[in-house]
Design a protein around this ligand. Structure first.
Ligand code: COA
Length: 163
């Protein structure tokens, strides 16, 4: 895909990112526009989008913290976010359904891991459902077990990649 660009997000991408969020996650799990806006404004270096033929079709966004407990719901609105924190925490990785299975998420993840090293982070942390454990394992993440988070009423695994 020569016409695919992975780049950091800008405020102009907000509507597209919210559309992706709503198309990829159940309503109880999807981030609010206001949370996505805050993440773009406060931590653009941790927010990547995938642009295919000029259209934003995927996103990966995050926050940073020194804490190892990532179950705090307020953190998703970047309350407690510390850009100098040792951990970088992925909130959403999502690609519009009609553009999935083309390696777009892989490319965003590769760019994100590179960026996390550049930002001198020690760990990338995330919560995921059990069906995606093999996917993140492919990128080197290990499963730390079931999380105490019940975000959206679901069961989540904590996964970590030491950098
Ligand atoms: C997970 C997601 C971002 C992957 O995007 P993508 O661009 O299709 O990913 P890639 O093309 O790089 O890799 C695809 C691989 O991911 C894995 N995968 C994707 N969705 C999966 C699912 N629901 N269950 C199990 N494995 C899945 C498969 O191994 C798949 O391989 P395949 O294409 O040979 O079937 C996308 O499916 C998505 O947006 N899902 C909904 C949101 C979500 O659950 N995000 C993760 C939050 S933790």
């Amino acid at each position: 895909m020569t016409n695919l660009t992975i780049r950091t997000a800008e405020l102009d991408d907000l509507t597209a990112c919210h559309t992706i969020e709503c198309n990829c996650f159940p309503a109880a799990e999807a981030a609010l526009t206001s949370s996505l806006e805050q993440r773009i404004i406060e931590y653009p270096e941790g927010f990547f989008v995938a642009e295919l033929d000029g259209r934003v079709v995927g996103q990966l966004n995050s926050g940073s913290t020194d804490k190892d407990d990532i179950t705090d719901e307020e953190f998703k609105q970047l309350i407690g976010h510390d850009p100098e924190g040792k951990n970088i925490v992925i909130f959403s990785l999502a690609v519009l359904p009609e553009f999935q299975h083309r390696g777009i998420a892989d490319q965003m993840m590769t760019a994100f891991i590179k960026q996390s090293r550049k930002l001198d982070k020690k760990n990338i942390l995330l919560l995921c459902k059990d069906n995606l454990i093999p996917y993140y394992s492919r990128h080197g993440f290990t499963d730390s077990g079931i999380s105490e988070s019940n975000h959206g009423g679901a069961t989540w695994h904590e996964m970590a990649l030491a950098l």
